[in-house]
Design a protein around this ligand. Structure first.
Ligand code: DGP
Ligand code: NA
Ligand code: NA
Length: 210
């Protein structure tokens, strides 16, 4: 432990953009090459009580109103916030495979909810130091394995999600857009470059809040 805080790195994007694969490789790289502690979390966490309910919602076996689903996704993040702060304070990097940005993008795109109402449910969570937005044309994503299995994996929804990411979220300076159409090794290289650039810049600054 070197006395500095860990950083919060979020992977975002539509379904089948390769987030989980890239996040795992980034985790391994931080641990083995940078030799710093790091963990990887996936949201929604399907193993908690809220997550088990969300899992049945996503698979289509449970119906929820848009608002209830949205608040459950947010609760699924809030229930881990103390552990998240502890990890960051202890000097561990935390990589997130989806976060509150998916929360607002999907609830707006798929359920027609009001963006401001959606954002309010996540306000106060730690704000990522870096958001790696893996951008993939939904037409291409839909040709990747298993697309269409879950509730939101429909072309029109994914197109609206992508538009929301591009128009509404991809604005702040801590967002980096990486084309997920490239070969996976190339995507990983760009993720590492963005992390390398971010680390010395943010570590002496306190984390912001969403
Ligand atoms: P994943 O486990 O990453 O495949 O995500 C499952 C699906 O749930 C995916 O279509 C994106 C969507 N999703 C993830 N987080 C949220 C959220 O906070 N709110 C809503 N409405 N959808 C989400
Ligand atoms: Na999915
Ligand atoms: Na995923």
């Amino acid at each position: 432990m070197n006395g500095t805080r860990g950083t919060l790195i979020a992977f975002e994007g539509g379904d089948r953009a390769g987030k989980s694969t890239q996040a795992k490789q980034a985790l391994q790289w931080i641990r083995e090459t940078l030799r710093e502690p790091a963990v990887l979390w996936h949201f929604p966490n399907r193993h908690s009580a809220t997550g088990r309910l969300l899992d049945t919602y996503l698979s289509g076996s449970t119906e929820l109103t848009g608002q209830v689903a949205h608040l459950l996704f947010a609760a699924n993040r809030w229930e881990r916030v103390e552990e998240l702060w502890q990890l960051l304070d202890s000097g561990s990097h935390v990589i997130l495979d989806r976060y509150a940005y998916s929360g607002v993008a999907f609830s707006v795109a798929a359920r027609g909810l009001d963006p401001e109402w959606c954002l309010a449910a996540d306000r106060g969570l730690p704000s990522p130091d870096l958001v790696l937005f893996l951008d993939l044309d939904p037409q291409l994503a839909s040709k990747r394995g298993n697309f269409g299995e879950e509730r939101y994996e429909q072309l029109v929804i994914q197109q609206r999600v992508r538009q929301f990411f591009l128009d509404r979220l991809f604005q702040s300076e801590n967002w980096v857009r990486i084309s997920a159409e490239q070969p996976p090794d190339q995507v990983q290289l760009q993720c590492r470059r963005a992390i390398t650039e971010m680390l010395p810049r943010v570590r002496s600054l306190p984390l912001k809040l969403l």
